[in-house]
Design a protein around this ligand. Structure first.
Ligand code: GLN
Length: 543
């Protein structure tokens, strides 16, 4: 039997609903259940791919090439279950599908309405391909009370009714604020938030109460009484650090036990949390620290590089060191000598990005890393910047650039107009649609024998990694660039698309066209991040 747990949020946004959902997934897994996590987002974009990362945080790309909400990254990092395009939908996607069906005559004769047509489409998305799982956790984006989320709430209300309590449960995440002047915790916002849910016909069976301190028993009872929830199902969700301690903390507060009790499943035994204890232990007993400069553009909102920050932390776990990140806006390096600010860091990372602003600063940072022999990792746009830097400063092509920044004669990085995905040839034109049209998702790369990356990937001859880019290093410049010292050590199987470059003779200099951070897990740090941090440890002379 597949059981559905619907997770809504109230009072304010940014309470960590994604982490809470992911942690519940991890807890159920630790009790031997098969879980799948899904997210319903109330905005009108068909997917977050066209949104600025500073608005909505990073875009998380799945193996099957969907551009999804960053919460899917949390789900993967906590459960290890690879997400698919079926696991994230938006109001825009639902409406686009329903309207396309209407135009095709699929509803001939009917007046197409939010209820039942939109809600039916949502229910179908929630239930599609779920038979193989014991639990499907469905997180509803936004905050209860928003106009936008109403169709989703109505759909899950209907589902709750259709499935019955044996197969469905509603969990509501709220905030219990502490008011310093009164020296009191306040339960009223939680009560109001549950009232909002009741207004749309949903009675939660569990409340997860985010709070910055212990919630005394009498306050828990008060919340239970006013919100019609068992006192044991009022779960205090306190701030914990590191985030990988969240499954342990929620277990201690009884979260998994109460979910199992709701579904009348045996709840006496304990989940196997050894994986999480090992991770927390590695993080809290780490010795020494390395400083990594992340030279990017969207550095004012940390969520824009969420998976990257996590993957670097995983690299720290693999090496039992603390990784301190210094987020640097690359534009500052456009002033003379400003790049000297990088003196003393143990690693430099240029992450993914779009558009010309700040690129000169990124190129300066690459040059600094190359010349000063500081470990360097360039990801996607970062690799493209590394290639442009090598072309300009090593291979004697001073006007080398990317056609992303306008027409140029020496486009060492250019628009990819054609590539193959298995047997399918994908084609793009200049000026075409921007949504969902990049080279997206998992693609293989073949690694050269004797290369640094081949040893980093433990000798693997071929790998698969996730992509998200429109431009590509132009293979026609390979010979000139290789003659100047850059090595193309990973290529697409047809040899057309450069996937990895490295710099022999440099202690650690790697650029990758894909996003390795998307596949890193705390319990399985990605080899590139583990090795990059190992190189930073050597740089810091910690070994
Ligand atoms: N803007 C570059 C491209 O589209 C790089 C994208 C990225 O870093 N994800 O190719």
């Amino acid at each position: 039997m597949t059981r559905f747990v619907f997770i809504t949020g109230g009072v304010v946004s940014s309470l960590g609903k994604g982490i809470a959902s992911a942690a519940l997934g991890a807890l159920l897994q630790a009790r031997g259940f098969k879980v799948r996590l899904r997210k319903l987002d109330p905005y009108l974009n068909v997917d977050p791919g066209t949104m600025s990362p500073t608005q909505h945080g990073e875009v998380f790309v799945t193996d099957d090439g969907a551009e999804t909400d960053l919460d899917l990254g949390h789900y993967e990092r906590f459960t290890g279950v690879p997400a698919t395009k079926r696991d994230n939908t938006t109001t825009g996607r639902i409406y686009a599908d329903v309207i396309a069906k209407e135009r095709a005559g699929g509803f001939l004769g009917a007046t197409v309405q939010v209820i039942p047509h939109i809600t039916d489409a949502i229910k179908e998305v929630v239930r599609r391909d779920t038979e193989a799982y014991d639990f499907v956790l469905v997180e509803i984006g936004g905050t209860v009370g928003d106009i936008e989320s109403l169709p989703f709430l109505e759909a899950i209300r209907q589902l709750g009714n259709e499935l019955g309590p044996e197969e469905s449960m509603f969990v509501h995440l709220t905030l219990v604020p502490y008011i310093p002047s009164a020296k009191e915790l306040k339960t009223k916002p939680t009560q109001h938030s549950v009232k909002e849910l009741l207004n749309v016909g949903i009675q939660p069976q569990m409340l997860l109460c985010r709070c910055d301190r212990e919630i005394p028993e009498n306050e828990r009872r008060k919340i239970a009484l006013f919100c019609n929830v068992r006192p044991e199902a009022v779960i205090p969700a306190l701030d914990v650090s590191p985030i990988y301690a969240v499954p342990i903390a929620y277990h201690e507060q009884g979260m998994d036990r109460e979910v199992l009790r709701h579904f009348r499943l045996p709840f006496d035994g304990a989940p196997d949390l050894s994986r999480w204890r090992r991770i927390v232990d590695a993080m809290t007993t780490a010795e020494g620290e390395v400083h990594i400069a992340v030279v990017g553009k969207y550095t004012n909102l940390l969520d824009s590089y969420k998976s990257l920050a996590e993957a670097l932390t995983h690299g720290g776990i693999a090496n039992r060191v603390n990784v301190k990140l210094e987020w640097v806006d690359s534009e500052i390096f456009e002033k003379p000598d400003a790049v000297l600010r990088l003196e003393g860091v143990h690693g430099i990372l240029v992450p993914g990005g779009f558009g010309e602003r700040g690129t000169q600063g990124k190129i300066e940072a690459v040059r600094f890393a190359r010349e000063r022999k500081v470990p360097f990792l360039g990801i996607c746009f970062g690799m493209q910047m590394a290639v442009i830097e090598a072309a300009r400063n090593l291979a004697g092509m001073p006007d080398a650039s990317s056609s992303e920044f306008g027409p140029c004669d020496t486009a060492v990085v250019g628009l990819i107009k054609e590539w193959s995905r298995g047997n399918i040839v994908e084609r793009r034109e200049e000026g075409g649609d921007l949504g969902g049209t990049m080279r997206l998702g998992s693609y293989p790369a073949v690694l050269s024998e004797g290369s640094l990356v081949r040893s980093i990937y433990h000798g693997a001859a071929a790998i698969e990694e996730r992509h998200r880019h429109r431009y590509e290093v132009n293979v026609n410049y390979r010979e000139r660039l290789e003659a100047s010292g850059l090595r193309f050590s990973g290529m697409s199987p047809d040899g057309e698309l450069p996937e990895i470059v490295e710099l022999p003779g440099h202690p650690w200099f790697v650029g990758v066209q894909y996003h390795p951070e998307l596949k890193s897990k705390p319990f399985e740090p990605h080899p590139l991040f583990a090795d990059f941090i190992a190189a930073a440890v050597r740089q810091a002379r910690l070994v």
